[in-house]
Design a protein around this ligand. Structure first.
Ligand SMILES: *Cc1c(COP(=O)(O)O)cnc(C)c1O
Length: 400
């Protein structure tokens, strides 16, 4: 490791709170699916800042929009109308069946807004005074605020932070019977990720997701999807719920929404959006002209260039190759899961060693729960980069 890297690491440890287990790399710059560290070493980036820079690092068109807007207007507060936020909402609504959008600054904040809207719609508009409970699934991840920690319901994440918010229940993912039994007159909504990202790329069965929606309709409960990680074309459709043919009442979004600038939001049907009226929910920064203009450009490009189709084709290519290898070399890979360019390759043994050798060889991916390599590359990544990754991974697995 170079002196420059050691200085950065030392200062980070000295000055920044110790909330992250960081990779032993200090990144300096990037272009599309490639990044370079402070010593000039090049990497293929199959993580994209955790599903964020989906159009690649420093995308030319997005950069131009950012530069132009940076000289025009950054921030107005939400006391004023402004063009970029309306433009973004209009483009997003064009991707699905929703009627209204709201913008905030992160995934956790988006889920907070989703939960608040669901409760307010049910209790105020629908007059179901006790309907405040949100049901989530085992293995989910919805964020780190006190409300979304409660939604996530994982003891290890709540340790030392209790009390978290009340009004949450959790049922085993995949078990419709358990969900049916958990629902009562206090149930407000069910919230799920069609592909559980932090859970280790767990793909919920399409029939199960349709079953959850049907149960919600039958019991008069809102059906909501957390699209923070799986949304924005990553799954092979613009929204992951579209791969199952369901129509949620509310979704949350964030990560890739502004291709790297912090932004979150929710979309709801026009009916459910009635739950919010002026003064009921707000944020100072949410949907600022700077971030919204970048997000509007991101959505425009994703639709124009059919990034969902690209994710579907490239994802199938990677998963087919991984499954073929798995069959040809029993014991090397235990499972390949995913939708589009949202892929988990689970290894039978300790995957840490494989992961760190990939990093040494210049391939960045994420390791989930010590056993699953999670791939979330930019949707603009080349076939050649994906092939090079698979080639290297197969080589490492054969050596093991
Ligand atoms: C990352 C993530 C969140 C939290 O987003 P932040 O921007 O980190 O607050 C919520 N839900 C899902 C599914 C996520 O992947």
């Amino acid at each position: 490791m170079s002196q420059e890297f050691e200085t950065i690491r030392h200062d980070d440890e000295a000055y920044v709170m110790h909330t992250y287990g960081r990779y032993p790399v200090a990144l300096d710059h990037g272009f599309n699916a490639h990044v370079w560290d402070v010593d000039g070493k090049e990497y293929v980036d199959l993580l994209a800042g955790i599903a964020v820079t989906s159009l690649g690092h420093c995308n030319d068109e997005v950069c131009r929009t950012l530069e132009e807007q940076a000289r025009r207007l950054w921030h107005t507060s939400n006391l004023f109308y402004q063009r970029p936020q309306v433009e973004l909402a209009r483009r997003l609504l064009g991707t699905a069946h929703f009627g209204r959008a709201f913008f905030c600054n992160s995934g956790a904040e988006a889920n907070e807004a989703l939960i608040k809207l669901a409760r307010r719609y049910m209790t105020r508009i629908r007059g179901k005074k006790d309907a405040c409970d949100i049901i989530t699934l085992s293995g989910c991840f919805h964020g780190r605020t006190l409300g979304t920690l409660a939604a996530t319901g994982r003891d290890s994440l709540m340790d030392g932070f209790t009390p978290v918010a009340g009004g949450f229940k959790q049922v085993p993912a995949g078990d419709l019977e358990a969900l049916a039994q958990a629902m009562d007159e206090k149930t407000c909504a069910v919230l799920l990720e069609v592909v559980q990202g932090e859970g280790g790329v767990i793909v919920l069965d399409d029939d199960y997701v349709r079953g959850v929606e049907a149960l919600c309709r039958e019991r008069d409960v809102l059906f909501c999807c957390d699209e923070v990680q799986a949304g924005m074309c990553r799954s092979g459709r613009f929204w992951a719920f579209q791969t199952c043919g369901v129509k949620p009442d509310i979704i949350s979004m964030a990560k890739a929404l502004a291709n790297g600038l912090p932004m979150g939001g929710i979309m709801a049907t026009a009916e459910v959006a009635r739950g919010f009226e002026p003064g009921s929910h707000a944020t100072t920064f949410g949907g600022s002209p700077l971030v919204a203009s970048v997000a509007a450009k991101t959505v425009e490009i994703m639709v124009r260039d059919d990034m969902a189709g690209r994710a579907r084709i490239l994802g199938e290519r990677v998963m087919d190759r991984a499954r073929t290898f798995m069959q040809a070399h029993p014991g090397c890979i235990s499972e390949v899961r995913g939708k589009g360019l949202f892929i988990g390759i689970e290894l039978p043994g300790d995957a840490k060693d494989v992961w760190s050798r990939l990093l040494e060889k210049g391939f960045i991916c994420n390791l989930c729960h010590g056993k699953t390599l999670r791939l979330l590359p930019p949707l603009t990544i080349s076939e050649a980069d994906l092939d090079a990754f698979m080639e290297t991974l197969e080589g490492l697995l054969l050596q093991n």
